[in-house]
Design a protein around this ligand. Structure first.
Ligand SMILES: [Zn+2]
Length: 180
């Protein structure tokens, strides 16, 4: 059952979102073998054109800010040369639910719609990543006119995360949070 803040999304848009998320999951599986984290985001305009796409590069670039969503939003700002993405009517597609940092970044970016794959609770259960605290974020985003659609093709995303762990890849978190 797809979670959402708005129920009137046309079926064709939902089908398109499913395809994009599945493609992102497949690409994520390849990118993790190149040193990227197991998360990928893409931003599309309302005509279906790809504006930006980047993976999580926290471990690769040694920067805790470099989650897939933040990397992708930064790329969109650089490409469109504006801090306000709202006039472009953009959607962000992410392989997993945004963490507390990315939730904030999306809110400030002007992106209008979020589509994501795996729930944060499942990401945490499978991997041990800490996704932060996001009480009532669906409602908070709805109030700001940002639509959220979650749990899109979650099984494909869970498999990518399980494979990441099975391969013994890094679950990066600050040392003060390890060993809990
Ligand atoms: Zn994040």
């Amino acid at each position: 059952m797809i979670k959402n803040t708005k129920t009137d999304l046309p079926q064709e848009e939902l089908e398109r979102a499913k395809k994009i998320i599945l493609d992102l999951q497949a690409e994520t599986a390849l990118l993790t073998d190149k040193g990227y984290g197991p998360f990928l985001a893409a931003i599309y305009d309302d005509k279906g054109n790809l504006v930006a796409k980047r993976a999580n590069s926290v471990a690769q670039e040694q920067c805790c800010l470099n989650h897939a969503e933040v990397n992708t939003i930064r790329q969109a700002h650089e490409k469109l040369k504006t801090y306000d993405l709202a006039p472009y009517n953009l959607s962000i597609y992410v392989t997993a639910e945004p963490c507390v940092m990315c939730m904030g970044a999306i809110m400030w970016s002007g992106i209008k719609r979020i589509f994501y794959g795996v729930n944060s609770s499942d990401v945490e259960a499978i991997t041990g990543f800490d996704e932060g605290f996001k009480p009532g974020w669906f409602e908070a985003f709805a109030k700001r006119g940002i639509e959220v659609y979650g749990e899109i093709e979650p099984e494909a995303g869970k498999k990518v995360l399980k494979d990441y762990i099975a391969k013994g890849k890094e679950v990066y978190k600050p040392s003060c949070q390890r060993g809990k």
